[in-house]
Design a protein around this ligand. Structure first.
Ligand SMILES: CC(C)(COP(=O)(O)OP(=O)(O)OC[C@H]1O[C@@H](n2cnc3c(N)ncnc32)[C@H](O)[C@@H]1OP(=O)(O)O)[C@@H](O)C(=O)NCCC(=O)NCCS
Length: 313
């Protein structure tokens, strides 16, 4: 550390600086290490969506790390406390300060808070970014599920393959009162609870979300999948499904609603049928992510389809 650091809650007045920091940190890291900076585009504007969504979803929880002398924003960490766990992400630090302990300084209070509450901390970490993987590993996170990041451009005329079984039964949910049944399913299958997140997607007031649901014969959900349609982040997830067939029906429906767009989504590497079917639809691997936790590896059932907005794991 060169200058002393001040940690404080991120404020709405920081959103422009936060967008600039996220863009700069990601472009710099991926360009200098992997020559892939261009994947984050040249515009800062799309990165405003992250602080805006997180401020609405978890007000007052994001951590800003500032230079104590100048007040400049040097790091940001978004924190998502839930009854079963605390989720973390995105974490980013200014390129010129990387490797000086700022990310660790932001994460340590979160880990301490989780320890006091007896909760695990969960996140999804890039397996191409060994700096963040090492940072999380050193702090005690252990990977439990590996995901393929798949990218797919949906033709204006729709995917060229036949829809999977039950794709026609997937319906769009818009009633916030459904958040409870979606949260119950996720808790049963994945052991995490985040009803407030599902209510947030269903209310659809910040960002631009679609919530797709496939019901069981008894009317309870067999699976659901959220899709971000916001032009700043076209991405599928979070979602959860009883089995691969349900997940495929949900994926198809969510992708079909994004004709003409390039979409990124994460599927578990172990879900062989989903992965092979997505390849047949034209999907390409663009990255790998590992879900990591500080607690015991969760005994999860079904299929998890995580996302980066909001971060889940
Ligand atoms: C990832 C990122 C947040 C790290 O921030 P940082 O401020 O440089 O991280 P810190 O200096 O606090 O900590 C880095 C830790 O990883 C360790 N580390 C880095 N590379 C390592 C390696 N190859 N093997 C082992 N440890 C390694 C460092 O030693 C340090 O650990 P220590 O505190 O125990 O010494 C930063 O590089 C960044 O913003 N990257 C771009 C955005 C991004 O990709 N974010 C993560 C995904 S959302």
């Amino acid at each position: 550390m060169t200058a002393p650091l001040v940690l404080r809650p991120l404020a709405a007045a920081d959103h422009d600086a936060t967008a600039r920091l996220l863009h700069r940190a990601l472009v710099h890291w991926y360009e200098s290490r992997l020559r892939q900076g261009s994947r984050f585009g040249s515009s800062v504007e799309p990165f405003r969506l992250f602080p805006e969504v997180y401020a609405a979803l978890d007000p007052g929880e994001a951590i800003a790390a500032c230079d104590a002398d100048t007040g400049a924003l040097l790091g940001v960490t978004f924190v998502h406390p839930r009854s079963t766990h605390i989720a973390v992400g995105i974490v980013a630090t200014a390129p010129e300060t990387q490797g000086r302990g700022i990310a660790r300084a932001m994460l340590e209070p979160v880990l301490e808070r989780a320890r006091r509450a007896g909760l695990p901390v969960r996140l999804v970490s890039s397996l191409l970014n060994l700096d963040s993987f090492s940072l999380y590993s050193r702090l005690g996170f252990v990977p439990h599920t590996i995901f393929q990041d798949l990218a797919l451009t949906i033709p204006e005329t729709g995917l060229r393959a036949a829809p999977p079984a039950d794709a026609d039964r997937v319906r769009r949910a818009t009633d916030p009162a459904e958040a409870g049944s979606l949260a119950k399913l996720e808790r049963e299958l994945q052991g995490i609870e985040r009803e407030g997140d599902h209510a947030f997607f269903l209310r659809n007031t910040v960002g631009d979300w679609r919530v797709w649901v496939l019901d069981h014969e008894d009317g309870s959900p067999d699976g659901f999948l959220v899709a971000s349609h916001h032009p700043s982040c076209v991405m599928l997830g979070p979602g959860v499904a009883h089995d691969e067939a349900t997940a495929l029906a949900l994926l198809w429906r969510a992708l079909d609603a994004l004709r003409g767009h390039s979409v990124v989504f994460l599927v578990p590497c172990s879900a062989r049928r989903i992965v092979q079917t997505c390849y047949a639809w034209g999907a390409r691997n663009v990255e790998l992510h590992a879900a990591q936790t500080t607690g015991p590896a969760p005994v999860a059932r079904g299929i998890a389809l995580p996302t980066f907005l909001p971060e889940s794991g």
